[in-house]
Design a protein around this ligand. Structure first.
Ligand code: 13P
Length: 287
């Protein structure tokens, strides 16, 4: 059931668990995530970066595919279709295409410009029943060509953006997109605690979910994180399972080259990874 992410994240914040945002790249990704959410009776957020949207031939194609798949698979758990790290223009494209949620990433703008653009988009999104995420303090690493330094957000700036009426807030706390380097210092819980105190009941978003140790995930949830984004980890398990299939020569046995067979191990690997994350985040049976 396609819905905005507002209600599911408020419930998660109150219930001290987190809803996973899993990024999608194609039909297999989408189907694997939707089926797992339904099997586990968990709410879920499908994240679409601008790059992935382009790859799938545009946000309209994505919105049409997700809406049709949601219906044809008989998905009854709450599903939000969410733009990940959206530009100002990208937000308008997704609103028009039928997304149920957007993220405006104005973190690279001076704070005044982040405030004015976020204010406008909050009004537009809420007028149409969509939820909106904003960001303060760049998330480190690289995501689809967008490179962030991984700075910690300023709690005062977080409060300014939260007060604009956004539904959930991404704040940098030393998290990085992609695989964490071996010398990573870990999440800054002092920063998270300070932000959580200043923004009140606002659900917080943890980007860069790949490779964050389980104990840090649990501590982050206890300090107000209600949405955790995972992308790279699904890509890694998909690649590993596909490589295993090909290296075992299975694509050359019978009709093993059939894409429905060739992509099946990767599909199953994504399902297992999403299940593992939903169990860790505590969203199972919270639909
Ligand atoms: P990872 O690729 O590190 O899991 O990060 C995903 C993310 O934060 C999407 O916005």
């Amino acid at each position: 059931m396609l819905v905005s992410a507002t209600e599911m994240l408020r419930k998660a914040r109150d219930g001290k668990y987190a809803v996973g945002q899993f990024n999608i790249n194609n039909l297999e990704w989408t189907k694997a995530i939707l089926l797992t959410a339904q099997e586990l009776n968990s709410p879920v957020i499908l994240g679409v970066s601008e790059g992935a949207g382009k790859y799938m031939t545009g946000f309209e194609t994505v919105a049409a595919m997700v809406a049709a798949m949601d219906k044809s698979l008989g998905i009854t758990v709450p599903v939000a279709l969410h733009l990940d790290h959206g530009s100002y223009e990208g937000c308008y494209k997704c609103i028009k295409a039928g997304f149920t949620s957007i993220m405006f990433d104005g973190s690279h703008f001076p704070i005044d410009e982040n405030v004015s653009k976020t204010t406008e988009l909050v009004n537009v999104a809420h007028g149409l029943g969509l939820s909106i995420e904003a960001e303060v303090g760049a998330i480190g690493g690289e995501e689809d060509g967008v490179i962030g330094k991984g700075e910690c957000a300023d709690p005062k700036e977080c409060k300014m953006i939260a007060d604009l009426g956004v539904d959930f807030l991404a704040a940098g706390i030393g998290n990085i997109h992609g695989v964490y380097p071996s010398n990573w210092e870990g999440l800054s819980f002092d920063t998270l605690e300070a932000i959580n105190k200043t923004v009140g009941e606002m659900p917080l978003v943890l980007h860069g979910g790949t490779g964050i140790p389980d104990d840090m995930i649990k501590k982050a949830i206890s300090l107000g994180v209600a949405k955790i984004n995972v992308n790279t980890e699904c890509q890694l398990v998909f690649a590993e399972a596909t490589r295993g299939y090909i290296e075992a020569g299975k694509d050359q046995q019978g009709k093993g080259f059939d894409p429905r067979k060739l992509l099946a191990p990767g599909f199953e690997a994504i399902k297992a990874k999403v299940k593992e994350k939903m169990e860790l985040f505590g969203s199972v049976n919270k639909a």
